[in-house]
Design a protein around this ligand. Structure first.
Ligand SMILES: CC(C)(COP(=O)(O)OP(=O)(O)OC[C@H]1O[C@@H](n2cnc3c(N)ncnc32)[C@H](O)[C@@H]1OP(=O)(O)O)[C@@H](O)C(=O)NCCC(=O)NCCS
Length: 166
């Protein structure tokens, strides 16, 4: 089923002994998404609710959540500009990590990018975020370059890319 219709009919994926739903974000998920954001990025200024609302309004089909029994376990945000896809953010509720949810969310975005005719996916990740870098490398992303002082607090970022074959 095309990804932009999962809002009405969630896709079920199995991750370590549980079945989770992947569906489009809905504004009523915002509080839980903000809580995951707060727990996932303790060392940076949190994005305000409005930031998430704007991303949703700009490209709602690229904003997905993982859900189990009504609880939001993780989210992923992306956007598409012509044939370029961009992963903006991915985070999983700490107690639900290391079960494959991050990989499932990222693969979901990648499949959507393929359906949209995206040729290349890019993302930025803190050079110190070893777990994030491992996740993306595992899914075929390569480090293209380092952007010094990319983040507000002066942290450096890797620009990572994955080409989607013809
Ligand atoms: C990065 C993050 C989204 C991964 O979510 P997750 O659901 O735990 O990831 P998965 O279980 O799908 O793991 C995917 C791969 O990442 C790597 N990984 C995950 N957790 C790891 C850890 N604690 N240490 C080392 N590698 C790890 C592994 O290679 C794993 O693959 P494997 O299980 O086949 O070995 C999660 O740790 C998180 O929310 N972190 C805080 C926010 C963040 O840094 N986001 C990414 C940058 S925007």
């Amino acid at each position: 089923m095309p990804f932009w219709r999962v809002g009405s009919s969630p896709t079920v994926r199995t991750v370590k002994n549980s079945k989770i739903k992947i569906r489009n974000f809905s504004p009523s998920d915002l509080k839980e998404v903000m809580e995951i954001e707060r727990l996932s990025f303790p060392n940076r200024k949190l994005y305000p609710e409005d930031y998430f609302r704007k991303l949703y309004q700009k490209y709602s089909e690229g904003f997905i959540v993982a859900e189990d029994k009504g609880k939001i376990l993780g989210y992923a945000i992306s956007e598409v500009q012509k044939d370029l896809g961009k992963i903006i953010s991915i985070a999983v509720y700490p107690a639900w990590r290391k079960r494959g949810i991050g990989k499932t969310l990222t693969n979901f975005l990648i499949n959507n990018f393929k359906e949209k005719g995206v040729k290349e996916i890019s993302l930025h990740v803190r050079t110190k975020n070893k777990v994030g870098i491992t996740l993306y490398k595992k899914l075929g992303f390569k480090i293209l370059k380092t952007n010094k002082n990319y983040y507000q607090n002066g942290d450096d970022a890797y620009l990572m890319e994955r080409k989607l074959g013809a």
